[in-house]
Design a protein around this ligand. Structure first.
Ligand code: 13P
Length: 249
């Protein structure tokens, strides 16, 4: 399957540096990218970054979306607004939102359904924390999160799953290829259980301290169909090295 390498810029980037990063990546993408590339800037920069990457082949995504299309929800961004700005994807259920904003699986399901309704591909994030891994509960936790966060109508065409073990995010403690193989193989089985054959076509991304040095071994793992990159996505050379580690088909 063709890889998707997605950069989650998180709450980083003022105007000048965001535009510089976007135009650097767009320049590289115009000469051809090995795989699919997505950038998810903060919502303040979606419009401007969208203009800079337009025509380069790089796709644009939001880092979150509300479950409703509009209304009295101060500070929130709706999936319809993301689509209106040219986004093709929305990340939902990132562990930072689950932790900082108390988002439950039920909320993540509603957000994913709303993203679908707006024509966006939902990137649903899940992953165990350090204590859960030590207790040997990683598979149990991701299974619960997966089935608890998939809305009705989810399919390979509108849904991407990102396995991001919380203990690997921003820590430099990347999961080993063995850890990733075990969880991704398990998730693939669960996706097939949920969707039948279509479960084979759902992209499964790995995220958590992916960098230029470890991307090729992680992206070479069976059932790893791309990466969701945080810190390294802010450095164009590093991010592009990760893109170049992706598979064309
Ligand atoms: P890091 O790559 O900085 O560990 O972040 C991963 C992540 O949370 C991407 O969504």
């Amino acid at each position: 399957m063709r890889s998707l390498v997605a950069g989650n810029w998180k709450m980083n980037g003022l105007k000048a540096e965001s535009l510089e990063l976007a135009s650097d990546l767009a320049g590289r993408a115009r000469s051809g990218a090995v795989c699919d590339v997505l950038v998810c800037p903060p919502s303040t920069m979606l419009s401007d970054v969208g203009a800079v990457i337009s025509g380069s082949g790089i796709m644009l995504g939001g880092q979150d979306c509300h479950a409703l299309e509009s209304g009295a929800h101060t500070g929130d961004v709706s999936p319809v607004m993301l689509a209106d700005l040219g986004c093709s994807h929305a990340i939902v259920g990132h562990s930072e939102r689950r932790a900082n904003h108390g988002e439950s699986d039920a909320v993540v399901t509603e957000k994913a359904a709303a993203a679908h309704k707006a024509g966006l591909t939902a990137i649903i994030c899940l992953g165990e924390n350090a204590a859960e891994r030590v207790e040997g509960r990683a598979k149990e936790i991701v299974t619960l999160q997966l089935h608890g966060s998939l809305p009705e109508g989810a399919s390979a065409a509108n849904t991407v799953i990102a396995y991001e073990p919380v203990w690997a995010i921003g820590t430099g403690n990347t999961a080993t290829p063995q850890d990733v193989t075990e969880i991704h193989d398990h998730l693939r089985g669960e996706l097939i259980r949920a969707f039948g054959d279509d479960g084979n076509a759902v992209r499964l991304l790995y995220g958590g301290s992916v960098n230029a040095g470890n991307a090729s071994e992680l992206l070479a793992v069976d059932n790893v169909n791309g990466a969701l990159v945080g810190g390294a996505s802010l450095k164009p050379d590093d991010f592009w090295a990760i893109v170049e580690s992706g598979r064309p088909d």
